[in-house]
Design a protein around this ligand. Structure first.
Ligand code: GDP
Ligand code: MG
Length: 463
């Protein structure tokens, strides 16, 4: 990506809106330092600001009014986030005052930063690639420690390195092809189709396939899964929600039909964000409010990634349990026998036999029994056979990466097929070049402006 030194200086409030201990104004561009001189009076007189040092002083308006007391830091290019001159003013957290300081900066000629523009400048200056820029956003939005870890790895450049490795391999083949095209009559065989097939598989196609799989797991780690607790009234759905949340979130009563609306809360199970949804018990009912809740429950069920189907150990499977159970057959689900504290081992065994699978568990939501096993089973249901891969995962390509990875992979597979069919070298070179171009779209080497805009518009202002 070409380096474009920006000619304008941008400014924004970098901290979240609301009241905080401190609020930071970030300024980046060629006039950052002149703005600092105009706006900030250090407590001790200094003839100049040294780079990367904090100065204590006051922020003043155009007409000489003191706006705030602050710490200021000037960071000289290129050792900065954007690789431009950067100034940060660490003010008191009043949002109103921050806005006033910002207004003064704009009057002096700074331009309001767009969403993600600081990060975009870092990218345009070549300090980070596009996957690293996107990781900044992932880190901000991470919902679990695992998600944050993956984002941090990606920010460090892990995904970029893998992609660069694949790119290098493609370029190596392409270079050989070019030589073979240029010296068609050479006695020495430059490009041997049979020999090329092996590294093409092991160094290009397989790693690409693995990245596609990782991106599917990445979606789960990034966005989480919807888990709906379903069952007829009074089986202990709300109790289970509370037990998993470890707080009394939903109302629990012995009266059937207590939960009339759906309740959604978030927990993390082994690094995966789980949106846990407690529903109104599903049964035929005259009460219009409860009926509405039941209708909602059905909608949530349709939307669920995994359903926890709850059965009451004491009353066993009744007609309404069976009716609901039938509707779950095409959903990923676990059968959870609740209230196991109320029945004997034999009775439990009998209930187990009702269900032909090994995805049946017995728990007590009230006494917190079997919850660990339930979480394990849930994790298994969500991650499936890719558990090991998910645990070793070091980066998580996002949806944009996935779509480009799939195109790159398709181009490589087509190249492989054409190559094995013995097509002429110039045709092969064209096909491999298209794979290379797709790959460039992921890291930002050749990404069209619209895609860049779409990526950075998802950031907040000030990032
Ligand atoms: N003994 C026992 N009672 C439970 C258990 N889970 C829930 N209950 C009781 O069953 C009743 C209904 O529970 P609730 O969570 O409101 O059921 P929901 O209608 O499915 O949401 C309450 O009186 C709970 O205390 C359990 O594991 N053991
Ligand atoms: Mg309930």
């Amino acid at each position: 990506m070409a380096v474009h030194p920006a000619t304008d200086t941008i400014a924004a409030i970098a901290t979240a809106p609301g009241i905080g201990g401190i609020g930071i104004i970030r300024i980046s561009g060629p006039d950052a330092l002149p703005f600092l001189h105009q706006l900030f009076v250090p407590h001790k007189a200094h003839s100049h600001f040294s780079s990367h040092k904090l100065y204590y002083g006051t922020v003043i308006s155009l007409d000489g009014q003191v706006l705030d007391e602050a710490l200021a830091v000037y960071m000289r290019a290129p050792a900065t986030y954007t690789r431009e001159d950067v100034v940060e003013l660490h003010c008191h957290g009043s949002y109103l005052v921050l806005q006033e300081i910002l207004r003064n900066l704009f009057e002096r000629g700074a331009r309001p930063a767009e969403n993600g523009e600081f990060t975009k400048r870092a990218f345009l200056a070549g300090r980070i690639d596009l996957t690293q820029a996107e990781a900044v956003l992932d880190l901000l939005q991470a919902q679990t420690a695992k998600g944050a870890q993956l984002a941090a790895n990606q920010m460090r450049g892990d995904l970029f390195q893998i992609l660069e490795g694949i790119r290098g391999e493609i370029i190596a083949i392409l270079a050989l092809l070019e030589v073979a095209i240029d010296f068609p009559d050479d006695d020495v065989e430059i490009f041997n189709t049979g020999q090329m097939a092996v590294p093409l598989r092991s160094k290009i196609i397989s790693p690409l396939e693995q990245l596609v799989t990782l991106s599917e797991q990445g979606k789960i780690v990034r966005e989480g899964v919807k888990v709906v607790i379903a069952g007829r009234p009074n089986v202990g759905k709300s109790s289970l929600l509370n037990a998993l949340l470890q707080e009394e979130r939903a109302l629990v009563t012995p009266t059937p039909g207590t939960t009339r609306d759906t309740i959604e809360e978030q927990i993390a199970i082994r690094g995966i964000p789980v949106h846990l949804i407690d529903t109104a018990g599903i049964r035929m009912h005259e009460d219009p409010v409860e009926a509405l809740g039941i209708e909602r429950a059905r909608l949530k069920l349709r939307d669920a990634d995994v359903v926890l189907f709850l059965v009451d150990a004491l009353s066993g499977m009744g007609t309404s349990d069976r009716e609901l159970y039938v509707t779950l057959q095409d959903k990923k689900h676990l059968i959870v026998i609740n209230k196991r504290d109320l029945v004997s081992q034999e009775a439990l065994q009998q209930l187990y036999e009702e269900f032909p699978y090994n995805k049946t568990l017995a728990i007590s939501a009230k006494q917190h029994l079997g919850l660990e096993d339930l979480q394990d089973a849930l994790y298994q249901a969500v991650i499936g056979d890719n558990g090991a891969l998910c645990e070793q995962m070091t980066c998580a390509p996002n949806a944009r990466h996935r779509s480009v990875l799939n195109k790159t992979l398709a181009a490589c597979l087509k190249f492989e097929q054409t190559m094995l069919a013995g097509a002429p070298f110039d045709l092969l070179a064209v096909e491999l070049q298209s794979a290379l171009d797709y790959l460039g779209d992921i890291t930002g080497l050749t990404t069209p402006d619209e895609v860049l805009d779409a990526v950075f518009s998802r950031f907040c202002i000030g990032k």
